[in-house]
Design a protein around this ligand. Structure first.
Ligand code: NI
Length: 182
């Protein structure tokens, strides 16, 4: 049965580990984990979630963009589970945009990311898939992919001056309607 899972918070050592490759996509526990990640990210008003964030140190993440109270301008997409994802190619240019993280509540940061990425991964049925994502969805992928390497967005900000509390972000960035491109 699908259930929401508790999300680990910054300071938990699992968030700083390099995740292990998934050995078998057919594993019932892997299928359960995918269902639970999608349910958990939607319940928490997130747009992506990586397995290490729920205590499973595996190379598995979901990208599930849709407008919600934390990301009112997010584009709508089908939730997508990526197993053992690999960055195949990326644009030369980067863009800075605001990010948050369900493992780091209360903080937003302006993070530089590649504008476009090409990713290869296994889908939940074990088939190899390739996708090209741009802008906000490319940003989500790069954020979640960092979790598989034991990194968080705080490691990527160029300056601590690019950090804001959630409250200031809601007031200054979202209320101005700019959303800083995200
Ligand atoms: Ni995160």
């Amino acid at each position: 049965m699908t259930s929401e899972r508790p999300i680990l918070q910054l300071g938990h050592p699992t968030l700083r580990q390099v995740a292990q490759p998934v050995k078998s996509t057919a594993d019932a526990q892997v299928q359960q984990l995918i269902d639970d990640l999608i349910l958990t990210v939607q319940a928490a008003s997130g747009v992506g979630l990586a397995a290490p964030q729920v205590g499973q140190s595996l190379q598995l993440l979901v990208v599930a963009s849709r407008p919600n109270p934390r990301y009112p301008h997010a584009p709508v997409m089908e939730p997508t589970a990526l197993i053992n994802p690999r960055l195949i190619a990326h644009s030369e240019d980067t863009v800075k945009g605001w990010e948050g993280c369900l493992s780091i509540p209360g903080i937003r940061g302006l993070v530089p990311r590649y504008r476009e990425v090409e990713v290869e991964y296994l889908d939940p049925w074990g088939a190899v898939q390739r996708v090209i994502w741009t802008d906000f969805v490319a940003r989500i992928f790069q954020h979640e992919s960092d979790h598989l390497a034991g990194k968080v967005f705080l490691d990527r900000v160029e300056s601590t001056a690019d950090l804001m509390t959630e409250q200031e972000y809601q007031t200054r960035v979202l209320a101005e309607g700019s959303g800083a491109g995200s």
